[in-house]
Each structure stands twice: as structure tokens, then as C-alpha cells.
Design a protein around this ligand. Structure first.
Ligand SMILES: NC(=O)c1ccc[n+]([C@@H]2O[C@H](COP(=O)([O-])OP(=O)(O)OC[C@H]3O[C@@H](n4cnc5c(N)ncnc54)[C@H](OP(=O)(O)O)[C@@H]3O)[C@@H](O)[C@H]2O)c1
Length: 267
């Protein structure tokens, strides 16, 4: 009999991570949730148990830890392996967003890197050898649209997410031949506490929903073993429309003001 697959979901207590944990539970994974706040972890666990009528070993495990603490990550992975005996899927969803660039103090800049980049790195460093021993696995890291296209006043966050995109691309080349599929998700605004806290420019219903990320994960897991997806960019339609029209408007303005330069443009 095949063992029940085990999924580690960081940031699994709220937002995107919780929606992905629901999806994984519905697919038959034993989900192991990691976040700092134990009360939120307990609440997420109860919600998942009720929604998917889980009992016994399929009840989610919860691990309260700050992923900016390298030793704590190693302890969490060791404990999950001890409790479950294997790890088949890693979802690196824990993350923080702090606006700012040169106004950020060095400690805040470092914190963004510790949570958004070093933590996924350490989780992968710990879990990849386990997956290798098992003969394969899946990893999904959540970067951001801001890890592909930076905007003003978000330099620290964007730098950490560009770093995660780069780490994911390199790991994609390292791990593919080892039977480990790794994908970086790069979403625009997602309707979670994080977006609400940042005063997003879109209404909640105009944003990507956490469930859209969950079905993206379901789709990745449904692909046949020889298929690899390096990254997925998910945009909010309203953002694309706005940017598209702004770019076109800029082009028209350039044509009016500097016709020679415009005529020499190769689009
Ligand atoms: N929402 C968006 O618009 C958006 C867009 C693109 C990318 N993303 C990325 O998607 C990921 C999830 O974001 P979200 O919107 O779901 O955020 P969220 O609703 O704020 O949830 C963040 C999750 O991460 C956990 N977390 C945060 N800091 C942690 C730490 N130091 N140690 C352990 N756990 C920690 C939180 O739990 P505790 O607070 O209890 O620790 C929570 O479970 C992040 O990486 C974010 O950068 C979000």
C-alpha cells in the first residue's frame, strides 16, 4: 500500500497558505502547518478537519515557529519527519511585506530577506535530501509579481522576491533531474490580510483569491511526472488593463512630443 503523502505548508494558518492546505487535505495529503501564532494554527487545523472530515493521522499537524530562525526551521523539519516519516510536498508560503526602499532601516531590510528568502532556502536545504531519498517530490515557492517587475517604494520586498525567483530558477535546474518538481508562483494582489494591510488599489473581488492559488497548486500536482513548470505569473485583470492603457498612453505622448525618437522605436 502507498504511504499517505505528507505536505509541509509554511504560512498555513492564514491567507494563501491556508487555502493551499485545504486543497492538499482534499487531495489526501497529511498537511503540516507552520506559522508563528499558535491560536491561528489551531483555528486553521479545526477548520480543515471539519471541512474535509479528517481523523487519525490525516488531522493536520501544527508547528509554531518563526521561520526567520534557522535553528527553529531545522527543528520543525526534524519533528515533522519524526511524526510523519516522510515529506512529499513543500509549500513555502510564509512571507511578510513591508513597503519602502531607502527609508527602510538595515534591520528591516534584513528581516525581509530572512523571512521571504532565507527561510524558503533553509526549508529546501533540509527537505530536498529527504525527497531525494524518497525518489522525488514537489516544491512550490510563493514569490510575487513584484519578484518579476519592481514598483517604486517596494525595494526591500521586491529584492527579497527577486531573490526567491532566482533561487527557484537555479534550483529548478538542479532538482529536475532528481525527480523533484519545483515551481515559483508570482501572483499580483491576492485577497488576504497582507493585501488589506497594504491598502491595495483594487477591490477585494478584483484581486486573485487564495483559492485561485490553491487550484494552481492542484493543477501543478496533476501534471504528469515528465512535465516541469518553472514559474507561474498570475495577474489581476484590472492591473493589466490599467498598465496596458498607461503604456499605450505614454507611447502616444512620446509620438506627439518626440516624433523622431518615436519613429526610430522598434516595438
Ligand atoms: N497577498 C498578496 O497580495 C500577495 C501577493 C503576492 C505574493 N504574496 C506572497 O504570498 C505569501 C503569503 O501571503 P498572504 O497574502 O497569504 O499573507 P498573510 O495573509 O499575511 O499570511 C502570512 C502567513 O505567513 C505566516 N508568517 C508570516 N511571517 C512568519 C514568520 N516569520 N514565521 C512563520 N510564519 C510567518 C503568517 O502567520 P503568523 O503571522 O502567525 O506567523 C501567515 O500564516 C507571502 O510570501 C507573500 O509575500 C502575497
Amino acid at each position: 500500500m502507498q504511504p499517505t503523502p505528507v505536505a509541509v505548508v509554511t504560512g498555513g494558518s492564514r491567507g494563501i497558505g491556508k487555502a493551499v492546505a485545504h486543497e492538499l487535505a482534499s487531495l489526501g495529503y497529511r498537511v503540516q502547518l507552520v506559522a508563528r501564532n499558535r491560536g491561528n494554527l489551531e483555528a486553521a487545523k479545526e477548520e480543515i478537519v471539519r471541512a474535509h472530515v479528517l481523523e487519525g493521522e490525516t488531522v493536520p499537524g501544527i508547528y509554531a515557529a518563526d521561520v526567520s530562525d534557522v535553528a527553529a526551521i531545522r527543528t520543525v523539519v526534524r519533528d515533522i519527519l519524526g511524526d510523519c516519516g516522510r515529506i512529499d510536498f513543500l509549500f513555502n508560503g510564509a512571507g511578510i511585506s513591508i513597503p519602502g526602499t531607502f527609508d527602510l532601516d538595515a534591520a528591516t531590510f534584513t528581516r525581509l530577506f530572512e523571512v521571504n528568502l532565507r527561510a524558503p532556502f533553509v526549508f529546501m536545504q533540509e527537505i530536498v535530501p529527504i525527497m531525494e531519498r524518497q525518489g522525488g517530490g514537489h516544491i512550490v515557492n510563493v514569490a510575487s509579481r513584484n519578484g518579476k517587475v519592481a514598483v517604486a517604494n517596494l525595494g526591500g520586498y521586491s529584492a527579497s522576491k527577486f531573490g526567491l525567483v532566482g533561487l527557484g530558477e537555479s534550483a529548478f535546474r538542479d532538482l529536475s533531474a532528481k525527480g523533484i518538481a519545483i515551481t515559483t508562483l508570482c501572483p499580483g494582489w491576492v485577497n488576504t490580510d497582507m493585501a488589506a494591510g497594504e491598502g491595495a488599489s483594487l477591490a477585494p473581488e478584483e484581486m486573485i483569491q487564495p483559492e485561485d492559488i490553491a487550484v494552481t497548486v492542484r493543477w501543478l500536482l496533476s501534471l504528469r511526472r515528465p512535465v516541469r513548470v518553472m514559474d507561474v505569473l498570475l495577474e489581476c485583470a484590472k492591473d493589466v488593463e490599467r498598465r496596458g492603457s498607461v503604456e499605450i498612453a505614454k507611447l502616444y505622448a512620446l509620438r506627439e512630443r518626440h516624433r523622431e525618437e518615436y519613429d526610430s522605436l522598434t516595438l
